[in-house]
Structures are given as C-alpha cells and as structure tokens.
Write a protein that binds this ligand. Structure first.
Ligand SMILES: *Cc1c(COP(=O)(O)O)cnc(C)c1O
Length: 369
C-alpha cells in the first residue's frame, strides 16, 4: 500500500478509538450458538416503549419517500408546550449524542479545552478529540463529579464543560447547591452542557432540573434523550434546550435532516404518554433495590446510582466475570475503558431479567472464585 490513509486523517481523528457499544444479542448468539440471551448492557428500557409510539410510526409509513421536516416543528412545539419553554431554545438531535457532537463542532477548535469528569460518559472525549480540541479529565471523588475541582480546571482555553447528571457509567449525581455554585463560578463564555440522559429515571424533585438553570445562566445547554426512559433508542432522537443564540449556533452545524420522520412522530407520541414514563421509573426503582440487595447478599458493593443501571464492584478483575456471564447468556458492560477495571455495569431490567442476572452472577462468582 503506497498511501498511509491513517496519516491523512485530521490529527484529532488519528488518535481516536471508536466508542465501544454493548455486545448485541445476535452477535453472542452467533459466537456461542446459544439462545435465550438477555442484554443488560446498554441501559435500554425493559418495557420497550409506549404503545402509542407504534401507532404513530404506522401512520408515518406511507411517507417514507418524503424528507422529514428539517425543523421538526411538531415535536419542538410539543416539547415547548410540555416544558413551558420557548421554541427558539430547542435543538433536535440524532440521539442526544448528536447534541454533544454539535456542541463540540460549534464551539471547539484545535487549542481549545473541554472539561469533563473522570469516569464520565465516553462520548465526551470522543467528540472533543474529533474536532482537534483537548479534553481535560478531572479526577472524580468517590466515582462522581468533583465540581469544585472542575471549576478550578477551567482555564482561558476552556470553551465547554460536560456534566452528566446522573452520570453514566457510575450513576452518581450532583446536587442543586453544588451545581448552582459551579455555574456561578464558571465564566459566561464557557458553555456548560448538562447531560440529563437519565433525568426521567430520577424521582421528580430529587435532583436539580437543568431547565431551572437556563433562565439564570445563559451559557447552559440542557441535553436530553428519547433513548432511555422513553425507550426509543433504535430511532435516534434527542434534544437540547439552550439560549436562542446558542441554539442558533448549534443549528448552523446540524445536518439539514438530522432527525428522521418516524423518530419525530414517535417522540411526539412518547412525550404524550407520561404514564409510560412513570411506569418505567417505578419498575426501575424496584429493580434497582432488588439488584442492590442481591449484590450485597453476594458480598459485593455497588456505587449508589440514580440511573437505570448499577456499577458493581467485584473487588477483582471484571473482564473474566463479564466473559463468564456471557457464557450464561447474560450480557452486561465491562467498564475498564472508563478506568474502572474492577467494576461491571448492569442495566436494571425486568424482574425476570434481574433474577436471571443475579442467579448467573452467583454461579459465575462460585466458578471463578
Ligand atoms: C445514553 C447516553 C446518552 C445519549 O444517548 P442517545 O441515544 O444518543 O440519546 C447521552 N449521555 C449519556 C450520559 C448517556 O448515557
């Protein structure tokens, strides 16, 4: 080969290692020749999605030849009504991952810095590096964001800060007071992304609501998704609320049709079924308690979590346990790439899935002991 195409790539891209998704069920089926596999690896909703979504998608099937509404007006209007915020504050994304990427592309260039926490969402360093900017990972405290240290890490080069609340993969959270103090300390020309991908799983009033900060701090982007509690991960749709000028900037780098037509319809229907969201939240709370107790009974610790997942401290290398669980037909998530080699992250599933996971874990721990 005469040409080194890797060397041709933009400097940030050369050093990128792609996001590692949870192992798909079909892949494990092929590899091990087993069936009846459960996947608790990608924080998907065990209840699926609202039945209203299916009706909404069916009604869009006759229009597959048409481009979607590039402005996503109907969904933006629904979000605007639901949250009682102006339409001009909304950006729609191809998943909220898209929102994170738009933010990086719009506000970061080589030489700029973006601050995030150790053990935080893997996509932050990826989107930062891809545009040639520098990611600054701030050491965590007890696996959670150290907002005081993060504020101290802001320099004249800092343009963006990412905060996941609750955080993935740790499930840790930041409280209203510390977040407010942080935002007060951050210069106005630094954009703060509050990533609330798991916000719907938090009991109402339990954690700060990013939208409450929008009025007071113009430099905040609140990012949310339909992938998690709404159960629409396959369709790829998320959204952000931010100052209209920030929203204007994000929309300049957005693909004209970044959200597909079925996703737009599905999201409107999903937003309209808050009963489904509540059922998902309640099932998650019960499952969280069930798995936590089960894990404690096996003599293991967990990081307290407000997401729909739990990081379990195995007190030993996690990878062999992960692989042994695969052979039991249970897919969880290794988090060594998050600097947590002794942990595995498990998504809270249905009661049957949670029981199956605990039984498999018990079997596996006995075998690898
Ligand atoms: C899952 C997740 C997202 C985004 O998922 P999308 O499917 O792209 O909306 C964003 N942030 C965190 C912390 C997540 O865990």
């Amino acid at each position: 080969m005469s040409c080194d195409f890797i060397a041709l790539a933009a400097p940030g891209v050369q050093k990128l290692s792609p996001y590692q998704p949870g192992k798909p069920i079909e892949e494990l089926e092929r590899e091990l020749g087993i069936s009846d596999i459960i996947k608790l690896a990608s924080n998907e909703n065990p209840l699926g999605c609202s039945p209203r979504v299916l009706t909404a998608i069916e009604s869009g099937m006759s229009e597959l030849a048409l481009y979607p509404d590039g402005n996503g007006f109907v969904l933006k209007k629904a979000l605007s009504d639901f949250y009682k915020r102006p339409l001009e504050e909304i950006t729609l994304g191809n998943g909220s991952n898209d929102i994170l990427e738009l933010t990086a592309r719009a506000f970061l260039k080589p030489g700029d810095e973006a601050v995030f926490s150790q053990h935080s969402f893997a996509v932050y360093p990826l989107v930062v590096q891809a545009v040639g900017a520098t990611g600054i990972s701030v050491p965590a405290v007890e696996y959670g964001h150290d907002l005081v240290a993060m504020a101290a890490a802001i320099t004249e080069k800092t343009r963006v800060v990412f905060i996941a609340n609750p955080n993935n993969p740790t499930g840790t959270w930041v409280e209203e007071g510390e977040l407010d103090a942080f935002l007060m300390a951050v210069p106005e020309n630094v954009i703060v992304v509050l990533d609330e991908a798991y916000g719907e799983y938090v009991q109402p009033g339990e954690l700060p609501d990013g939208l409450d900060f929008l009025g007071r701090y113009a430099n905040v982007i609140v990012s949310r998704t339909f992938s998690k509690a709404y159960g629409l991960a396959a369709l790829r749709i998320g959204y952000a609320f931010a100052h209209p000028d920030i929203t204007n900037v994000l929309n300049r780098v957005r693909q004209p049709f970044n959200v597909n037509a079925l996703a737009l319809r599905a999201a409107v229907a999903a937003l309209g079924d808050q009963e489904f969201v509540k059922r998902s939240r309640d099932l998650n709370a019960a499952g969280m308690q069930f798995i936590t107790e089960g894990v404690h009974a096996l003599g293991l610790g967990v990081i307290p979590s407000k997401g729909n997942f739990l990081s379990i401290n195995l007190g030993r290398e996690g990878l062999p346990v992960y692989e042994a669980l695969l052979r039991q037909g249970v897919i969880v998530r290794p988090v060594a790439n998050y600097g947590m080699p002794h942990f595995l992250r498990v998504t809270i599933g249905s009661q049957a899935e949670n029981e199956r996971f605990l039984a498999a874990l018990k079997t596996v721990l006995k075998a690898v002991a």
